[in-house]
Design a protein around this ligand. Structure first.
Ligand code: C2E
Ligand code: MG
Ligand code: MG
Length: 721
């Protein structure tokens, strides 16, 4: 130290040796290593670490010209000095260089070279300051050695983590991975990754490693994919694998992250299954059914079908009906009754039993689906029309036989609509529509039967659709009116009347109630129509009452749907508030089917009506499947014996017996009897002879306009007077 710089000088002494020793002493315990080369290229300072990186001592270097030292680090240093050059502005140049000591120990020097200027900006020399970043191999080793901290981190991971070298040898593996594959860690370390893969994948992996070794291109890096893993016990399971590559110097390490996706896939499969299958019965859903049938249907035409067993193999032209598809559309009649009577668990059990019976009866490979709660469809391959018919009948028999469901015996009524594929059936949709039409036809005819599609059904359905459309406007267009048919006592005196609805369409002409009432019920139009009937009849009765020609009772027909809706009594009460005295002149006719469909509601409603003074009659008695045992539970006053029985008396002894029995039993229950459809004097005489109380029919008067009935009543009164 020459002391040329006074202590008062603000700047530090610029002597390079001084600076170097200062830096050295300050940084001796730090990570930085220093070297100083003057502008002539002579090493003026080198600390122990720098010298060691060159496998020398500081004394070996200081005073030496760098040009005379043969070492990669010195080569790199010279390069950096050249880069800095003699520029007067302060400049630095980076330096990164690998070193290998004589013990083979590698290290990495990283840092920069800075130009050392005097006050005028002239370059005096170059200071190199570096970090020793250590041996890349040792870092890799550190990574794979799994010190306890990393091990803890890896083991805490939910996913399996596996580290392999570039040849696929496992270097490290976490606990999740060992558990997933059923190995101990020690069983896997040092082994090839392929032990964790089933054969086709392990072969692929080997091929992949070979290609990587040749080309250095890692195709799977960074791309996650679903593949298969194999456990120690040989079981194969789905995994998601993503591979990352860590390059440390020349060394490559692969890190694989593995997730067991069995549960995810199972959940996905379950979701797919649920989307395509009915959870209760396990059969297909409607959409899945249509898809599967469509696929099957597209690949099969009646002409392709093999000849029927026993048919000559050659020559015979294939019968178009052979080997066709038959579509069966099944619907349980009033299934809600089963649920209501026995509870949903019984209903569910009955549906399951139904499906297993369908499966039993129809040929194997039949596709079955549940379309709605109690509606099923099945597409089966049949040999011909006769085969289809037999199957449909057996199906109906089996499904309507008693089912033992959840400790109850249940008997279902079932409607079966069926359609057979022929060469005019273009598509599955066609076949489906035909089976549906056939089903509707069964239902229109009272249900609980089998019906095959015929072209007339399509025409009938079209007509029903058209009627529905026109019926919507019938009230506002004033196309409806009521006619009244007299009901007479045994002496032929008009006691009451039945109001019957007429629809006179402006273009179609008169449409029979037998045709449009079912259409109205199906479309829900029956609700406003019934309301119109009730108010119109009550208005008419009020007029008759004012004119003194009101019969003792005027009966209105109420459809089952309307009767069971629940607000009938309230509505009648409303309508009758203006004419309270008419309550005792009003009667309602309900069919026995409607009354027994929901006995509880029927009993309640009829009771409420009786409280209002309104009388109820059971219409069409004998036409349904109920019996007097049901009727006996209903608070009704009259029983109307169906025309079907009256028509045969007195010629048919069976009908005679039936009518006699019905009248006798009705009287036993305290009910008045009315015979419907009396057309002849003989019929009347017979009915009077068996004690029938009242009669209705063309013999006494056809349904007529209100004025005509008034005249009839007036005439009778005059006759009595
Ligand atoms: P229903 O209640 O059994 O009515 C008796 C049917 O028998 C009436 O047919 C009547 O015209 C017919 N009829 C009466 N006497 C004779 C006879 O001596 N010979 C023959 N061949 N027929 C006779 P209509 O008017 O065609 O009504 C048919 C059915 O339509 C009714 O049967 C009833 O169920 C229903 N209906 C009629 N009006 C209404 C209504 O306002 N509401 C509801 N919901 N249904 C109605
Ligand atoms: Mg009636
Ligand atoms: Mg009737």
């Amino acid at each position: 130290m020459n002391g040329s710089d006074s202590a008062g000088d603000a700047s530090l002494p610029r002597d390079p040796a001084f600076l170097a020793s200062l830096a050295s002493s300050l940084l001796d315990h730090g990570d930085v290593t220093l070297v100083y080369i003057d502008r002539q290229g002579v090493c003026r300072h080198a600390d122990r670490r720098f010298a060691a990186a060159l496998d020398r001592t500081p004394a070996d270097l200081i005073g030496q010209t760098v040009a005379g030292i043969d070492h990669p680090v010195v080569d790199a240093l010279r390069g950096a000095i050249d880069a800095v050059g003699l520029s007067p502005v302060p400049t630095t140049a980076p330096l990164d260089c690998q070193t290998v000591g004589c013990d083979g120990r590698r290290s990495m020097l990283s840092g920069s070279v800075i130009a050392h200027h005097d006050g005028q900006g002239d370059t005096l020399g170059y200071l190199g300051a570096f970090h020793e970043t250590g041996d890349p191999n040792r870092i890799a080793e550190f990574v794979t050695r799994r010190d306890s901290f990393i091990a803890t981190l890896l083991d805490a991971a939910v996913d399996g983590i596996i580290v392999s070298d570039r040849t696929g040898i496992i270097r490290s593996i976490n606990r999740a991975c060992c558990t997933m594959f059923g190995y101990e860690e020690s069983e896997l370390l040092g082994r090839s990754m392929t032990v964790l893969m089933p054969p086709p994948f392990s072969r692929d992996h080997n091929r992949y490693v070979d290609s990587y070794m040749r080309t250095d291109r890692a195709k799977i890096i960074g791309i996650g994919r679903d593949t298969l893993g194999q456990r120690k016990d040989g079981t194969v399971f789905p995994i998601h694998l993503s591979v990352g590559e860590a390059r440390l110097g020349d060394d490559v390490t692969f890190v694989g992250i593995i997730r067991d996706i069995s549960e995810r896939l199972a959940a996905e499969q379950r979701a797919t299954y649920l989307a395509r299958h009915d959870p209760l019965t396990g059969v297909l859903t409607r959409t899945a059914f249509l898809e599967e049938c469509e696929a099957l249907f597209a690949g099969h035409h009646p002409e392709d079908a093999p000849p029927a067993p026993g048919a000559p193999a050659v020559e015979a032209a294939p019968d178009k009906g052979e080997g066709a598809f038959a579509l069966f559309s099944l619907d349980v009649d009033q299934f809600s009754d089963v649920n209501e009577a026995f509870g949903f668990h019984v209903g569910d059990a009955a549906l399951k039993a139904m499906v297993s019976r369908v499966t039993e009866v129809l040929p194997p490979n039949t596709i079955i689906c549940r379309i709605a709660a109690d509606e099923f469809a099945a597409l089966a391959r049949v040999s011909d029309g006769a085969h289809a018919r037999t199957l449909a009948e057996v199906l109906h028999d089996r499904l309507t036989a008693s089912i033992y469901a959840d400790r109850h015996w249940v008997r279902l009524r079932l409607s079966v609509g069926a359609a057979l594929q022929d060469d005019r059936t273009g598509s599955l949709e066609d076949l489906n529509a035909k089976a549906k039409l056939a089903l509707q036809a069964v239902q229109h005819n009272g249900g609980n039967a089998v019906c095959f599609y015929t072209p007339e059904m399509a025409a009938a359905a079209t007509r029903r659709m058209m009627l529905t459309m026109h019926l919507t406007h019938a009230i506002e267009r004033n196309e409806l009116h009521l006619v009244y048919q007299p009901i007479v006592d045994r002496a032929g005196v008009v006691r009451s009347a039945e109001a019957l609805l007429r629809w006179n369409h402006h273009a179609l002409g008169p449409v029979s109630p037998a045709e449009f009432i079912p259409v109205a019920e199906e479309s829900g139009l029956i609700v406003p129509i019934t309301d119109w009937v009730l108010s119109t009849a009550i208005e008419q009765m009020a007029r008759w009452q004012a004119d003194g020609v009101l019969p003792e009772r005027v009966f209105l027909n109420i459809s089952g749907q309307q009767f069971l809706r629940g607000n009938l009594t309230r509505r009648l009460d409303e309508l009758l508030t203006e004419h309270p005295s008419l309550r005792h002149h009003l009667g309602l006719e309900i069919t026995e089917q409607a009354a027994v469909r929901d006995l509880k509601v029927a009993v309640r409603t009829l009771g409420e009506l009786a409280d209002l003074g309104i009388q109820a009659a059971i219409d069409d008695f004998g036409s349904g499947y109920s019996s007097l045992s049901y009727v006996q539970q209903l608070p009704v006053a009259k029983l109307k014996i169906d025309r079907a029985f009256v028509i045969d008396v007195p010629e048919n002894p069976k009908s005679n017996a039936l009518v006699r029995a019905a009248v006798g039993m009705a009287h036993g229950l305290g009910l008045t009897t009315v015979a419907e459809g009396v057309e002849t004097v003989e019929q009347r005489d017979f009915l009077v002879s068996v004690g029938c109380d009242m009669m209705q029919g063309y013999l006494f008067g056809r349904p007529m306009m209100p004025e005509a009935l008034a005249d009839m009543v007036r005439g009778q009164t005059a006759a009595v007077l």
